[in-house]
Design a protein around this ligand. Sequence first.
Ligand code: NAD
Length: 391
Amino acid sequence: MIHGEMELAAPLRWGMVGGGRGSQIGYIHRSAALRDANFQLVAGAFDIDPVAGRDFGVRLGVAPERCHDSYHALFEAEARRPDGIQAVSIATPNGTHFEICKAALEAGLHVVCEKPLCFTTAEALELQALAQARGRVLGVTYGYAGHQLIEEARARIAAGELGEIRIVQMQFAHGFHCAPAERESAATRWRVDPKMAGPSYVLGDIGTHPLYLSEVMLPGLEIDELLCSRQSFVPGRAPLEDNAFTIMKYTSGAVGYVWSCAVNAGSMHGQKIRVIGSRASLEWWDEQPNQLRLEVQGEPVRILERGMGYLDAAARAEDRIGGGHPEGLFEAWSNLYRRFALAMDATDRGDAARLASLRYPDVHAGVHGVRWVERCVQSADQGGVWVRWRD
Ligand code: NAD
């Protein structure tokens, strides 16, 4: 159980790039990082507009001289201070991730970066090599993975409860962009602009989330080849897609499917993962994250509830309140940020055993997501052909 106590000798001095006032995702980064006292927000370049960024930073309690006009200025100024930042989170539009991440790692910082990590596998591998060479943590905010019942699914699958894994059915299919929301919303506009969104819209923006959940639940599963069809229903979004279907063949003989969609009219979020084995299936839905369905063939459906004693120890370790009280996305993100902090601290102390005991969406998860989007786009743009996962 987590009680919000600091678990490090001292909080990590932390900065942010992006996540300014009015941004969609900035607040949950701060809420998650600051909740357990493992990070302290001391600096930032919070906004593309320096005046707005400084004003916002000061309102967050950051000293005015540590609210910077750009990420370059932030990294340079902080590197000169004896009490400069040790870690930075990047919550800017996709098209900026690679350059900011690279600059942060070169400045010797631990990094938490928004997904997608970057646009190409080559760039992602460059960041991975840089993080390794500098001995820095590079985490990626696949935030749903912090929900504890994902750990329960992982444990039950590992114990063989489902039997042989045959099918992994995934979707992230919401309806919020079934009309041209980009006409009114700047945050939607950049998502359908290839310059800022990269080679895809929904594949990278949302499809990679359940994909990462499948990596956590099924650590041995390896994609062998995939086939993708993508299309855009709202005029003006092409060549980027607002809907995509991806079929995958795994090396084990199992198959998988991801439906990525922003035009699923009426759907609030629609992120689900269902793992189907030869004896039983497990299903988790992000709109009811405190429940996990276990369906054994020939038996009544069981709903496993977060916080209960019958769950695996790994699924109870990050409880913040007892079962019955709903926990949500903010708690899931806090769990991940806690793991990021522990990993950064273990890295700084050279504690390899501690580091090996921690699981979080790391640079490998970032590379995997980027490669998946790249392969999906390759397949779809050749008319929906099978493409090999590895070169
Ligand atoms: P947004 O457009 O709402 O906000 C972007 C913020 O970044 C703004 O404050 C903007 O001023 C600032 N910014 C832009 N360029 C900057 C720069 N060069 N330097 C400093 N600040 C800069 O975007 P958003 O919806 O919050 O998305 C941001 C990122 O978070 C994207 O990569 C998106 O894919 C990701 N995201 C992730 C999740 C998740 O569940 N992990 C959810 C939503 C968004």
